[in-house]
Design a protein around this ligand. Structure first.
Ligand SMILES: [Zn+2]
Length: 372
């Protein structure tokens, strides 16, 4: 019989299982074993070490524990029934069986063990559904928010948010589940309730797509460095990135990432290139529809960048680029200068210039976000 269990003990036991995301397992079992609001106190937990309501089935030949429990009909009517649940000698035994059950019936959870939000989604959107409860994702998300400080300390909030952005980047969440997590984390209706505004920074290209290349310098590397420098200066805003490393993200996924988190502004960072080595200068693009918000953001950012870049100003232009067309919020694409032009190239690769240009773009973004 289970005498006592606490979050950290359970978490450290779960960490020993190689196919589990320990935090996700903790959250699910914490939720499943709640009785009168207290975790680790349900009858199944203390009498059978069964922390996730796992029933006999699936060829189980071990001990069983019979228990009367509430069930719900599709029309919502509740009824009681006696069910046979699996019984374990210890929490470690439970975790081994729970892991095996996930591996055989919930493979998405195992495939997404690098991300607890994706793991939760795997419990709900796979072939089998762990719970018929329509609110299951919300309950798991709320549990994650409650437990994160105990497990991750001061980094908890950052961990919850960066894990969400990673899940969105990887396509781990259905739209419905993404909306629930965004809502629970409070980064959705930002403008309405006075919370932080959100900017989505898109470092162009990445992975197998280097973008323009000149003198051994790749556009994708400058774009990523600049996106991070810009984001680092935007204290006071929620900053999302379509990529934070040298990975390939397709164009629609970039727009989808911004749309899902309901960003207030999307800024894509690129460097220009031309066959004519004389071509040079900075320019900012909006989509050809030239929405008022996009034009306003483009103007504000362009002015600041032009003033700081010591480059020729090529002005604001319109183009039917996918990331500008498919994003649902004001969106601009910044061309920082020509990697194919010697003078621009020297600036683009100079850390001092990069800092200066990033500060200018960040200040333009800030000015725009303050105004909306
Ligand atoms: Zn580019």
């Amino acid at each position: 019989m289970l005498k006592s269990m606490d979050n950290l003990t359970f978490y450290s036991l779960a960490q020993r299982r190689t196919k589990l995301n320990a935090f996700a397992a903790l959250c699910q079992c914490h939720h499943e074993t709640r009785q009168n609001g207290k975790p680790w106190s349900s009858e199944l937990c203390w009498a059978a070490n069964n922390c996730a309501g796992i029933k006999r089935g699936s060829g189980w030949t071990g001990a069983i524990y019979n228990k009367v429990s509430w069930e719900q009909k599709p029309d919502g009517t509740k009824y009681t029934t006696e069910s046979a649940f699996r019984k374990y000698d210890s929490i470690a035994d439970f975790l081994a069986d729970y892991e095996a059950k996930l591996a055989s019936m919930y493979p998405l959870c195992v495939a997404r063990q690098d991300n607890f939000w994706g793991y939760f989604d795997g419990l709900i959107t796979g072939t089998y559904k762990w719970a018929t409860d329509k609110e299951y994702m919300r309950r798991l998300a709320e549990t994650a928010v409650r437990l994160a400080p105990e497990i991750f300390g001061e980094a908890a909030e950052l961990k919850l948010k960066t894990a969400l952005l990673y899940a969105l980047e990887k396509g781990y969440l259905s739209d419905a589940n993404a909306a629930i997590v965004i809502d629970v984390l409070g980064i959705g209706a930002i403008r309405d309730d006075g919370k932080q505004k959100t900017i989505c920074l898109d470092a162009g290209h990445g992975g197998k797509d280097p973008g323009a290349v000149s003198g051994g310098v790749k556009e994708k590397d400058i774009a990523l460095k600049m996106a991070k420098l810009i984001g680092g200066r935007l204290a006071g805003y929620t900053v999302a990135y379509t990529r934070t490393d040298d990975s390939y993200v397709d164009l629609s996924e970039r727009a989808t990432c911004a749309n899902r988190i309901k960003a207030d502004l999307f800024v894509s960072i690129h460097c220009n290139s031309a066959a004519n080595a004389q071509a040079n200068g900075v320019e900012v693009f909006t989509h050809t529809s030239q929405s008022e918000g996009s034009m306003d953001a483009a103007n504000t950012i362009y002015k600041k960048l032009f003033a700081a870049a010591s480059m020729v100003g090529r002005g604001i232009k319109a183009a039917n680029y996918a990331v500008l067309r498919e994003t649902k919020m004001p969106a601009v694409l910044v061309e920082l200068g020509f990697i194919s032009n010697a003078a621009d190239h020297a600036k683009l690769t100079n850390p001092a210039w990069q800092e200066q240009a990033a500060a200018a773009i960040a200040s333009g973004i800030e000015e725009y976000l303050e105004r909306i």
